[in-house]
Write a new protein. Structure first.
Length: 218
């Protein structure tokens, strides 16, 4: 299944904004000029393509070019390629690579350099929405996610302790549990960033009230 380009425009805009703000990302983008990376998400199944240009990226759901490399994996595995430990993700087999592995690695470095700043992008979305409303919604989502991860981690460990047959190898089990632990840590860090952003937004609003300056978002 392919995605309509309209739905990919926000992602393209965020990536290009980050590229323009990062000298290493701009240099990497120029080196990749003309190269195409295919991305195949396994669940839910859909495809997209990222084409490097001298001044940014084109993100499209169309097969606009023959991809030089293709990455295939789950949404979580593919998203983790923007992290500094992406090499470990590739080695674990969570993401399959077809085609030119060097091009795939160069795109991975570009995505790492252009990884969106969570606080900055959220602040762009806050706009006219009251900070406490955003904070309440996000806190609820993080609470649910953290509870779900804790439950998954506990149930998996209990299963591995109680069952002795038809189990994955010890190495596979440790890799899986490590990924769950790392995802939980990512959730906690993101929640902390949201709380800091919410506090900063409230402080700015309070400062405007104290100084008599009208709030531009009011």
């Amino acid at each position: 299944m392919r995605i309509d380009d309209t739905l990919l425009r926000p992602l393209e805009a965020i990536l290009n904004r980050q590229i323009q703000a990062s000298t290493p990302a701009r240099e990497q983008c120029r080196r990749l000029d003309g190269k195409a990376l295919g991305i195949e998400v396994t669940t839910p199944p859909f495809e997209m393509m990222i084409i490097a240009q001298a001044d940014g990226l084109l993100v499209t759901g169309k097969r606009a070019a023959v991809p030089d490399a293709v990455l295939r994996g789950s949404p979580f595995a593919l998203a983790s390629l923007a992290r500094p430990d992406a090499v470990d993700v590739m080695r674990s087999g969570a993401v399959a690579v077809d085609g030119d592995a060097i091009v795939a690695q160069d795109f991975q470095r570009l995505l790492e350099h252009s990884r969106p700043d969570f606080e900055e992008e959220l602040s762009r979305l806050v706009g006219d929405i009251a900070a406490h409303q955003v904070g309440n919604f996000v806190r609820g989502a993080f609470d649910f996610g953290r509870h779900a991860l804790d439950t998954l981690r506990l149930n998996t460990r209990e299963f591995l302790q109680e069952e002795s047959r038809d189990l994955p190898s010890g190495e596979e089990a440790e890799v899986f549990l490590s990924e769950v632990d790392r995802l939980a840590a990512d959730v906690e860090r993101a929640e902390a960033r949201v709380r800091r952003l919410e506090s900063a937004t409230r402080a700015a609003a309070q400062g405007n009230e104290d100084s008599g300056t009208p709030d531009p978002h009011a």
